[in-house]
Design a protein around this ligand. Structure first.
Ligand SMILES: C[S@@+](CC[C@H](N)C(=O)[O-])C[C@H]1O[C@@H](n2cnc3c(N)ncnc32)[C@H](O)[C@@H]1O
Length: 198
């Protein structure tokens, strides 16, 4: 992430939760319910923002599991810490997950409403699989909407470069990079692509 992107998210942070109308509790539970998350799992929440997924992941992995929530925007991360800093099985790390080393091995890495912001998605996935995702683990690319909604938002913000292809197109691209991608949902309410290592 460059400084302009960090500033962008820092500025959005104070009003993020009130504007994040798609991430209802019901929608998040439905998306996470499709991912075979169980007690004891270790999960990375990459680009956690204000931590919208954090309480749900924390509950699903239980006290024997762990959630590591990462963001580079201090504005976003400080709100996440404020809301969920008391949860015992959650840790917050401020780092650039495309540039810096994340400690530990995980069963799943979530990219929830984050994928269009990646600078080098293929390299980042390769690196995450090599360094942080367990051999049978996965990287999950998810949104609480379809790509049309996301691309409209980015269009309104003059950020067309943050384009999101339809789920099946993205899965095909990822397969061409040498990973195994499966579309778990492609509806107006849910976009989920699960990626495994080759
Ligand atoms: C669109 S927001 C989504 C936040 C949250 N997942 C949600 O759905 O509310 C994207 C977040 O990813 C973070 N982000 C993007 N690229 C990142 C990177 N390379 N390292 C750390 N954080 C990153 C941004 O700071 C921002 O908070």
């Amino acid at each position: 992430m460059n400084q302009a992107e960090i500033d962008f998210f820092d500025e959005l942070a104070p009003t993020w939760d009130e504007n994040e109308i798609k991430s209802t509790s019901e929608r998040i539970r439905s998306i996470l319910g499709k991912l075979r998350i169980s007690k004891g799992m270790k999960i990375l929440d990459l680009g956690t923002g204000t931590g919208v997924l954090v309480p749900y992941l924390s509950e699903m992995v239980g006290k024997e599991g762990k959630v590591t929530a990462i963001d580079l925007s201090e504005g976003m991360l400080s709100l996440a810490r404020k809301k969920y800093g008391d949860l015992k099985n959650v840790e917050f790390l401020k780092l650039d997950f495309e540039e810096e080393q994340i400690p530990g091995k995980y069963d799943m890495a979530m990219l929830y409403s984050v994928y269009p912001h990646l600078h080098s998605p293929a390299e980042t996935m390769e690196w995450l699989f090599k360094m942080n995702v367990k051999p049978d683990g996965s990287i999950v690319i998810a949104f609480p909407s379809d790509e049309v909604f996301i691309n409209n938002i980015h269009h309104e913000r003059n950020a067309e470069h943050d384009h999101l292809p339809p789920a099946h197109t993205l899965a095909e691209m990822i397969n061409n990079w040498g990973f195994k991608a499966e579309v778990l949902a492609a509806t107006p309410e849910e976009y989920i692509v699960e990626v495994k290592n080759r």
